[in-house]
Design a binder for this molecule. Structure first.
Ligand code: PGA
Length: 253
């Protein structure tokens, strides 16, 4: 019922030539009958180039953030309407690197999410706890604190056009992955939090897992009932591992 989704988060990586090369390898390896929706979220400066290369292919593209404003004196920001002009389908919002390294609050993330929705760009809202928060048994509390401002700002209906990614901070880029049980438990909690507002929206909502997903652990993670695909960092930078992860989603969903 929920179409699996695998998204590459390239972060601060890539060159013009490398981007072209990586995408052509991914395109060459994508199976024709793939059921999984696939996207890459690239650095802003590559969006235009990527839009040209991926037009009329089965690969979607998106950005790694989006402005909380429409236009005006907001130096350094890129608006949702600009991204739409270049064919973006997705925009990551609230990635833990934005929250923790650049001080983005949940309230700001909610405004970014709102702008994406308003411009028909699908936000991929990232939530997740740090190791310290997990050890204090605060995981659910933290997830709720990250979701609530968005639900308040945009309402549950917006989640018909959004994706949530559960990314435990301690698992990102560390080689440590949440166990399938740990991930499933939090995914269930996220779905229930949305279901408390609207059951049918919750049922259709895609919830991705992110945090050291590799070709080796993807199948086990994607086999879990509430894990609808992945947000992939490091392993999305090599065609071979990214394609293997996409195939995992195809094989279990
Ligand atoms: P990782 O990153 O796969 O390199 O852990 C995931 C992410 O930050 O989205």
């Amino acid at each position: 019922m929920r179409r699996p989704l695998v998204v590459g988060n390239w972060k601060l990586n890539g060159t013009r030539v490398g981007t072209r090369q990586l995408l052509s390898e991914i395109l060459a390896g994508l199976k024709n009958d793939t059921q999984t929706e696939v996207s890459v979220c690239v650095p802003f400066v590559f969006v235009s180039q990527v839009a040209k290369q991926l037009a009329d292919t089965r690969l979607f593209w998106g950005s790694q953030n989006v402005a909380d404003r429409e236009k005006g004196a907001f130096t350094g920001e890129i608006s949702a309407s600009m991204l739409k002009e270049f064919g973006c389908r997705f925009a990551i919002v609230g990635h833990s690197e934005r929250r923790n390294l650049y001080g983005e609050s949940s309230a700001l993330v909610a405004e970014r999410f709102k702008m994406a929705i308003k411009n028909d760009l699908q936000p991929i809202l990232c939530v997740g706890e740090t190791l310290e928060e997990r050890e204090k048994n605060d995981t659910f509390k933290v997830i709720k604190e990250q979701l609530s401002p968005v639900l308040e700002a945009v309402g549950v209906d917006s989640f018909t056009k959004a994706v949530i990614a559960y990314e435990p901070v301690w698992a990102i880029g560390t080689g440590k992955t949440a166990s399938t049980a740990q991930a499933q438990q939090v995914h269930t909690y996220i779905r229930k939090t949305i279901a408390d507002f609207d059951q049918s929206i919750a049922k259709k909502l895609r919830i991705l897992y992110g945090g050291s997903v590799t070709a080796d652990n993807a199948t086990a993670l994607f086999s879990m009932a509430d894990i609808d695909g992945g947000l992939i960092g490091g392993a999305s930078l090599k065609a071979q591992s990214f394609l293997a992860i996409i195939n995992s989603a195809n094989s279990v969903k």
